[in-house]
Design a protein around this ligand. Sequence first.
Ligand code: F0G
Length: 467
Amino acid sequence: MSIAQNTETAAKLRCISCGAAPDSAAQDFRCTACGDLLEFFFPGWTFGSDAFNPPALDPAALKALWLDRRASGEALDQSGVWRFRELLPHIAAEHAITLGEGNTPLYRLPRCARAAGVENLRAKHQGMNPTASFKDTGMTFAASSAHERKFRWVACASTGNTSASMAAYAARGNMHSLVLIPEGKISWGKLSQALDYGALTCQLRTDFDGCVRILTDLVRQKPVYLLNSVNPYRIEGQKTAAIELMEQLGWEPPDHIIVPGGNLGNSSAIGKALLEMLELKLISRLPKLSIIQAHGANPFYRSVREFGGKKIEPVIADTLATAIRIGNPASWKKALRVLQATGGEVEEVSEVEIANAKAEIGADGIGCEPASAVTLAGLKKLHRSGFVKSGDSVVLILTGHALKDPDFTIKFHRGDLFADILVAGSCASGTPDAAEAAKARYLQRAPIVLDADLGAVIAALDAAERT
Ligand code: F0G
């Protein structure tokens, strides 16, 4: 039986602000009535709730079905996204472009737990996806929808990971891809992926927000399919990270889930999945979903803390965590809704806090890119403020792999990174950041250049043993 084919579970689009429900989306995925974002909803899910009129989806049957699929040899069943297709809009199997995404590990982080002051800390590592970031879970689904609609070209504006992911999935689906990235502000790892996967890559002399503006105008004029996270198919695919997480936890939700916030698509997707899983009785309570931004790219933090979420004021973003160097997040209203619905918090963290947290995640033998490390840095602050209790269970969502941005890592361990930050004047002596920078000394492991001499290596080993 294919539950996904059941018409009662069919997905419909609606505007998040005015509630208009178009049959199909415009090329820019904006509501034609009010200009806000669209989302999918599933009217059939709430259809039946009594004995005569049973719910369209039975939670126990779904859990068993998803587990069974793990033993299947079918490509769609092996994907950690398509395995959960009953909770996604329908896309015909022949259009599915999959690289076996999802299925990412959930790790315990014992050292980070001690550093943060909590007992039960885990990380779901979305950097273990095929192109090494969480973007693949949304991209497999949205690229497949482009294929189903017979687009020749797909496009995105990106700080690097979306472009790497889109280029890979477009190539697998025999589509052309256009990438708009801010010149000089993305890591070589991500840029090199887009080139290798064959994208037409344009480095624009602007920031991410400038790239988004140009792309939005472009898709209104050209038959190009927009693959940024304003595309609701991206959000649907990214929901599966939360579904998979709950399955890994035996459907017992943690107290807290902590995510980085950039354009705010990911937090919206994870929150949407949590609310839907509660509605479908797949879980019995909601974890608090908290969103962490870099201080230099904190429009959502400011929106919540200063304006009570009533408005957002775009900022000129600047952070060494280039993935989240975003000043005008598209999905802020969706993120606000799930923040409020789950009772989560917002926090902002400094450059030095991000760098130390990244090294701590590395020292647990896991590693991640700088943007992902805001989660641990944010957790430390949320614990200090009392929002997270020592006995609470916490899951960090690590969004990108450590090898995405090795320059950052090398600079940190050589001690050059803080020189950059100090020069930028954001870390004056006597400030909390200066204290945090002093802590970095214990995390730094600069390479040692030696003569090719056994005695020299033994001396280095003995010195390391003494410290
Ligand atoms: N972490 C990483 C590694 C990212 O690449 C991004 C976003 C985020 C966190 C933030 O996620 O935007 O959904 O809030 N990167 C985008 C890109 C914008 O173009 O790759 P978000």
